[in-house]
Write a protein that binds this ligand. Structure first.
Ligand code: ZN
Ligand code: FE
Length: 256
């Protein structure tokens, strides 16, 4: 038995992702940015969707749900309990510590509020895969639309505590712009500089920069590095509470 993941660009820079359990044939769409694109990807793979795992209520993550339900009448839609009312058509509302199952695969639900108040991530521990929606991006993080930055910081700490080898799938291909910003915070981080060059090369070829890993983000993502003395010095806030340093970095990125 094997776990397969297929990732594809939807809309402009959203990622659609399919997760397939070959033992049972179960297949999940992670978010539903574009129903037609998700169905086309499933058809191309020869997979039939059984589940849809939604991370948060934003339209660019849920607007494909009606099309998916029309094509797959038995589709089971999982979504954050705190946002199920806003999303509609949710079959399984999920909260912290709940499990979402896709055939024999199981994801622990991690509540990651900040970008939206009820945002959740799905952690497939056994497969070392996490789907983090718009909470964490490669070299970036989501905007704190529905909570103070300190709340998003706590959510990022939960993701940062996952095993370093965890493959992290994010909601958007924002990495190249994120790298430009990250270099303004840590221009002397050699690992970041090397990664930025790799990212530029991938994007020049039109290739995805995701998935990333928790280890790679800990080494290069300025938002996860708000505790680092070098980062705090770079933003002129040495010795400050990491949540405050994070809020300053988030504010700078909002203006970038
Ligand atoms: Zn969003
Ligand atoms: Fe989004």
């Amino acid at each position: 038995m094997t776990t397969y993941v297929r990732q594809f660009i939807c809309l402009k820079d959203n990622y659609g992702v399919l997760l397939h359990d070959s033992a049972t044939g179960a297949t999940a769409a992670i978010d539903a940015p574009d129903g037609e694109a998700v169905i086309a990807a499933a058809d191309a793979a020869g997979w039939s969707l059984t589940d849809c795992l939604l991370t948060h209520h934003h339209a660019d993550h849920v607007q494909g749900v009606p099309a998916l339900k029309a094509r797959y009448p038995d589709l089971r839609v999982c979504a954050p309990a705190k946002e199920a009312g806003r999303i509609g058509g949710v079959d399984r509302p999920l909260s912290e510590g709940d499990y979402a199952r896709v055939g024999r695969l199981a994801a622990k639900v991690i509540e990651t509020p900040g970008h939206t108040a009820g945002h959740i991530a799905y952690w497939f521990e056994e497969d070392e895969i996490a789907f983090v929606g718009d909470t964490l991006f490669a070299l970036g993080c989501g905007r704190a639309f529905e909570a103070p930055p300190a709340v998003l910081w706590e959510s990022l700490l939960k993701l940062a505590a996952l095993p370093g080898s965890t493959q992290v799938y994010c909601g958007h291909e924002y990495t190249e712009a994120n790298a430009r910003f990250a270099l303004t915070i840590e221009p002397d981080n050699a690992v970041l500089k090397a990664r930025a060059a790799e990212i530029a090369a991938l994007r020049a070829l039109g290739k995805p920069t995701l998935p990333t890993t928790i280890a790679a983000e800990l080494a290069t993502n300025p938002f996860l590095r708000a505790e680092e003395p070098s980062v705090q010095a770079a933003i002129g806030m040495p010795g400050v509470d990491p949540a405050a340093a994070f809020a300053e970095i988030r504010a700078r990125k909002d203006r970038f």
